[in-house]
Design a protein around this ligand. Structure first.
Ligand code: OGA
Ligand code: MN
Length: 207
């Protein structure tokens, strides 16, 4: 679970800059268990892109493989509980109205990348807040694989190494970002907090 201090920091950074990077933010036991799971799942599939039902598998855009987290395992449930507590805190602190959280493991094989993109387009998505966390036992700068975050106006803001326990949060519509290719296997969890899309008729589909 996040400490009160971490929660306060997240809320204040999101309020002032719209993004937040926390190092060593996952409890050791949880990060070990998630890393074991990420390495042992055998059902990864090439990730797709596209919005509003246009789905495509274009490895020139992204070439990671993903598997959705459904909460079947103790560590997956603990992860979901940690994110649910964050959701509750942020709803109280920032009135974001977050309704649900979805996430997947991602594996970038050496050379895989995800070109610059936004996780949500204004008025077209109910993804509000993106959360990425890294599960690599060790990472060296020379291996590459950074997450590069840009401002809304496309100015580079920060590069984040995919080091174990680092958690990155950013407003989904505001920040274009990309994953640079790495020379090593790169493991992460990418997740999104959503608002309820039921006003568009029917319950919000989970993804
Ligand atoms: C994504 C994404 C970033 C990362 O999956 O949408 O931007 O660092 N991932 O893995
Ligand atoms: Mn993204």
């Amino acid at each position: 679970m996040f400490t009160d201090q971490q929660l306060e920091l997240i809320a204040s950074e999101l309020r002032t800059s719209g993004f937040c990077i926390l190092r060593d933010a996952l409890p050791q036991g949880l990060s070990n268990a998630l890393s074991d799971l990420a390495n042992s799942r055998s059902d990864y599939r090439l990730a797709g892109t596209g919005r509003k039902g246009e789905h495509s598998l274009d490895t020139t855009v992204r070439s990671d493989q993903i598997v959705w987290i459904e909460g079947d395992d103790g560590a997956e449930r603990e992860w979901a509980e940690m994110m649910a507590a964050l959701q509750l805190y942020l709803n109280r602190a920032l009135y974001l109205g977050l309704f649900s959280f979805e996430s997947h493991f991602a594996h970038y094989a050496p050379g895989a990348h995800y070109e610059k993109h936004r996780d949500a387009f204004k008025g077209q998505s109910n993804r509000i807040l993106s959360c990425v966390t890294y599960l690599n036992d060790e990472w060296h700068r020379a291996w590459g694989g950074e997450l590069v975050i840009y401002s809304d106006e496309d100015r580079e803001l920060i590069r984040v190494l995919p080091e174990r326990g680092t958690v990155v949060l950013f407003l989904s519509e505001e920040f274009p970002h990309e994953v640079l290719p790495a020379s090593a296997h790169r493991h992460s969890i990418a997740g999104w907090f959503r608002v309820n899309g039921s006003e568009h008729g029917g319950a919000d589909p989970s993804r």
